[in-house]
Design a protein around this ligand. Sequence first.
Ligand SMILES: *[C@@H]1O[C@H](CO)[C@@H](O)[C@H](O)[C@H]1NC(C)=O
Ligand SMILES: *[C@@H]1O[C@H](CO)[C@@H](O)[C@H](O)[C@H]1NC(C)=O
Length: 344
Amino acid sequence: MDKIFSARTIVEKIVSAVRRGNILRPPILSCIIAVLFITICYEFFQVNQQVRTMEGTLIERESQQDGQQEASQRRLDLTAKIKNGVRNNKPILNPHPFTFTLNNPDKFTKAGHPGNLGDESNIPGVVIRTIFAVGVSDDAGIQQTLKNENETFGDVIQENFADSPRSLAIKQVMGLKWAFQFCPNAKYVMKVECNTFVNIFSLVKYLKRLRGAGSRRLVLGWVYNDSAPVRDPEGEDREWYVSMDDFPRETYPAYAGGFAFVMSSDMPRLLYEASLTTKYLFMDDIYVGICLEKLGIAPRHHGGFCHWDVEIDSCHYNWLIATRWVDSPEKTRRFWSAITSKCY
Ligand SMILES: *[C@@H]1O[C@H](CO)[C@@H](O)[C@H](O)[C@H]1NC(C)=O
Ligand SMILES: *[C@@H]1O[C@H](CO)[C@@H](O)[C@H](O)[C@H]1NC(C)=O
């Protein structure tokens, strides 16, 4: 079964488990599989290909060990730096004291899971890996389901924070941390929400054209400018209410819509480190925008990150990179077959 459908099945299972237990939970729990990190790498394809065709496992093992040593060195570096309570002479305001309870450290060096929608076999020369990022539920059944899911597909990461609408930005930071620690060779990293469809063909086409400076310090998505915080705690949009204490300015900095955005490989680490000294705000995309502003990096707008509902057919999809509100396996399948079939 395609991974993507399986993830949706999990979401459905979670919802029905919640219903069965008659427990009142925030509705967002049904979206516990909220964030996907897709790593895209094409320059390293040659290396990977070699590993696979040589059949001998020696090279593969060596490269995995190298990766693991590097990763643990990076972890040590970070822990040492964070312990002092300051980063770059700034106080740590958001320490992210979480550790992985589900992890796939060698996801990047291993072959992809066959049959995954959008996995590497779909575009020759391009390696794509997908990982599902979640927090912890207080329901043991859900945790078991996630564990099983990880055992079957090897693509779930989880840290020990409670998964809730208020922890979305923690989840975001976890993904950034995972990306630079365990996926250091990826050329790009994309964050996608669970109801978003990605046209990997137009995405890769676009990214391949980026050269030099254009492919560094890059955050690419639908850029929102000058949006204002919701200040009415009782109003229609109270879900997004932010007090003056939490964010004392009139408008948010420019940010790429959280349903889907792409980062160049240097960004996960830069953003992760910036987040440590940046006061927490639960809205993950705006939080990334605040960190970006601190780094002096403006997100780049691309109209192909489509935040409205579109119907993809085989003749009209070239411009589109991602679209939201794809909320059923049927719709996902329909879009996938549209982008993989010819326009007549
Ligand atoms: C998750 O899956 C991977 C790959 O199968 C496995 O190596 C890892 O141990 C699993 N993690 C847990 C905590 O089950
Ligand atoms: C936001 O501002 C940037 C930079 O000025 C611009 O390129 C982009 O088109 C704007 N976003 C939208 C949605 O108009």
